[in-house]
Design a protein around this ligand. Structure first.
Ligand code: ADP
Ligand code: MG
Length: 263
């Protein structure tokens, strides 16, 4: 009998091309419940495309994705590519994946609290009162309860990103996907967002985090994946990667980031 726990997220042999450009060349990754996986890699290595394939904002040409053991159903087109065959399932799976983008993507014409309750009300069809109550707790968690009636334009970037995290959490996702959540922030605002993310990690949330924050990768995540040119060049525990420096590419990547933070 197989006693292995089901992976919270299991991705196998994901491939993606845009025209002639083979952007993902077979990426496989398993994340168990509570895993915090940092995804590192130079710009253009395919990190965003990979996250977008996981929540089907992009359709992978090849490969399979399972969430808690449920595999996303795909069918083949005549040209050989595959597309999801069950739109209902795609919607369900997407609602179980929380996504946080570099650019926050809040609804600018809605207040903070309205941003947070929109998903659970519209997608999960929950009552407004229940959603408001939960949203207030989430805003407390990210330290923004007192900004509940503000509009995004009146918040700092760090505050907006914390609202975006609360909004993602309001859907009670099984896995959180972060795509460079601190890259658009002024340096003095990075810490407040990383602190919230560290709190989520400590709560046992399953998270995939594309980041250039070496401190987060080293000290908060329990797994690190280094992408290079559409494939995984190295992966392991933070110690295996940062102390072992298993590949020449990863060594160069770490050296260039240390230089940058020392500048
Ligand atoms: P990263 O997030 O690691 O910087 P991306 O996943 O954004 O990398 O991009 C990987 C490669 O795929 C880049 O060369 C990029 O130009 C290309 N790419 C990404 N999205 C598209 C698209 N929609 N159409 C064509 N090329 C794309
Ligand atoms: Mg990117």
């Amino acid at each position: 009998m197989n006693t292995q726990p089901k992976a919270a997220l299991s991705v196998s042999n994901i491939q993606k091309s845009y025209g002639q450009a083979h952007v993902l060349k077979g990426i496989s990754l398993n994340a168990h419940k509570g895993d915090v996986v940092s995804i590192l890699g130079a710009s253009g290595s395919g990190k965003s495309t990979f996250l977008r394939c996981i929540n089907l904002l992009e359709t992978p040409d090849e490969g399979s994705i399972s969430l808690n053991g449920e595999t996303i159903e795909m069918k083949r087109l005549r040209d050989g590519r595959q597309v999801p065959s069950n739109t209902r399932q795609v919607e369900q799976i997407r609602s179980r994946l929380g996504m946080v983008f570099q650019s926050f993507n809040l609804w600018s014409h809605r207040s903070v609290i309205e941003n947070v309750i929109e998903g659970p009300m519209r997608v999960l069809k929950r009552s407004r009162a229940e959603c408001v109550e939960e949203a207030e707790q989430l805003l407390q968690k990210v330290g923004l309860y007192d900004r509940r009636d503000y509009y995004p334009a009146h918040l700092s970037g760090g505050q907006q990103q914390r609202v975006a995290i609360a909004r993602a959490l309001a859907m009670n996702p099984q896995v959180m996907l972060f795509d460079e959540p601190t890259s658009a922030l002024d340096p003095e605002l990075v810490g407040e967002v990383l602190k919230v993310m560290r709190g989520l990690a400590e709560e046992g949330r399953t998270m995939l985090v594309v980041t250039h924050e070496m401190g987060f990768a080293r000290h908060v995540s329990n797994r690190v994946v280094f992408m290079q040119d559409g494939h995984i060049d190295a992966q392991g525990t933070p110690a295996e990667l940062f102390e072992g420096l298993p590949t020449e590419r990863f060594r160069q990547f770490v050296a260039s980031h240390q230089l940058r933070s020392a500048e």
